[in-house]
Design a protein around this ligand. Structure first.
Ligand SMILES: Cc1cc2nc3c(=O)[nH]c(=O)nc-3n(C[C@H](O)[C@H](O)[C@H](O)COP(=O)(O)O)c2cc1C
Length: 241
């Protein structure tokens, strides 16, 4: 398949969109319409993901009673007084269903053989860490040996590496989500200032899920942004080779 034709002429618009996003800590009570939420989630899910296994899930909270409880879970911080909070979950346990789903939802009448092989053999080998990580343990030894003479895929071979694996792709989806809301005129604040344990008492967080952030969304209120934007100089973070 050919790649879609490159879209030119959007650089300035994209720059403006990215530039205009700020972490907003005060929201009005204005409700975010469901169709906007849905459109933004669709764009979030267009994020790239490792092996296209899409290890994210989202919980959309609009119920005022639940939001009130979440405000306490978020340590009472002001950003959490938003009319909409979306929990962004990185899942380490959905890869096997996802392998089956890739084949199930394959967007063509038949699944190419190489794809079928990859999602029935290679990917399960890569992501199955076994009960209590025993497979991962053996894979780590194998990787050490096989990697002596050639480049090998060294991770994820433990539950902890699976967590990182899932978080990487999910964080990309979270950024898409923030920019999507921004493009609809809504502001956001990503929050990791929350009590994970108490979150589980409020929402049905699956056992394999890592709540990487709670995203507050709404219309910006008065003095919504606390500080001027600050970023370190580019040279400090970038090296060229
Ligand atoms: C993973 C993550 C967690 C964050 N957690 C919080 C939070 O709990 N509360 C908050 O007010 N801001 C939070 N922020 C927002 C950052 O403080 C903010 O993005 C940063 O200060 C830069 O400001 P800017 O986004 O307006 O450019 C978080 C941002 C990220 C990416």
């Amino acid at each position: 398949m050919n790649a879609p034709a490159p879209r030119t002429g959007h650089a300035e618009g994209f720059r403006e969109l990215v530039n205009s996003r700020r972490a907003v800590r005060r929201f009005t009570a204005e409700v975010v319409p469901d169709d906007v939420i849905r459109q933004c989630l669709e764009l979030a899910m267009l994020a790239p993901s490792s092996c296209n296994l899409q290890p994210w899930s989202f919980q959309v909270v609009r119920d005022p009673a639940v939001l009130q409880r979440l405000h306490r879970v978020c340590l009472g911080q002001s950003a959490a007084k938003a009319p909409l909070i979306i929990t962004v979950l990185a899942r380490t346990g959905t890869w096997d269903q996802a392998c089956r789903d890739v084949l199930r939802f394959w967007p063509a009448p038949s699944v190419p053989e190489a794809i079928e092989r990859f999602y029935t053999n290679t990917a399960p080998f890569q992501y199955n860490q076994g009960w209590m990580g025993w497979r991962g343990f053996f894979k780590r030894q194998w990787v050490r040996l096989a990697g002596l003479g050639r480049a090998v895929m060294r991770t994820p071979n433990s539950q902890e590496q699976m967590r990182l694996w899932a978080v990487k792709s999910t964080a990309l989806a979270a950024q898409n989500l923030m920019l999507a809301f921004q493009s609809h005129g809504y502001s956001t604040c990503p929050m990791e200032g929350f009590d994970e344990k108490r979150l589980k008492r409020v929402l049905p967080i699956p056992r394999d899920a890592n709540a990487i952030m709670l995203l507050a969304v709404g219309m910006p209120g008065e003095r919504a942004v606390y500080n001027p934007r600050l970023r370190f100089p580019l040279e400090q973070s970038v090296s060229w080779h």
